[in-house]
Design a protein around this ligand. Sequence first.
Ligand code: DQA
Length: 140
Amino acid sequence: MKKILVINGPNINMLGVREPDIYGKKTYSDLVAFIQDSAKELNLEVKCFQSNHEGAIVDEIQQALGTFDGIVINPAAYTHTSVAILDALKAVGLPAVEVHISDVTKRESFRQISYAGMACVQHYVGFGFDGYKMALQFLA
Ligand code: DQA
């Protein structure tokens, strides 16, 4: 059974409370349950990790080497700033898929660059929670 690491970045733990008109009313716990259900359906083992700290995300990516077969990552705001997360993804070389809940392509100009995305083989943007399932499907 393939093992996939699902990483969510800063403020994703605030889902349901933060800007519900953009991110919806469902919580991070709802997201984890959705990801676990999707994984079961696809015969995958998943670990969900969320952090508000860039270095913790880098550590988690590094530790995935030798343990996981792929990474699904929504780096949240670090998408648009973090060369460290890009370099960590490149360093481990695991197939990685970028997910964004909202359609960042239709939002502010500062959201138009994705550093992490440069190390990802596929991208699902603006599909809400479904993007995570599509990413798992891709890696399965
Ligand atoms: C996000 C989009 C980012 O621009 C933003 O900073 C987030 C969430 C998304 O899932 O739509 O925190 O990654």
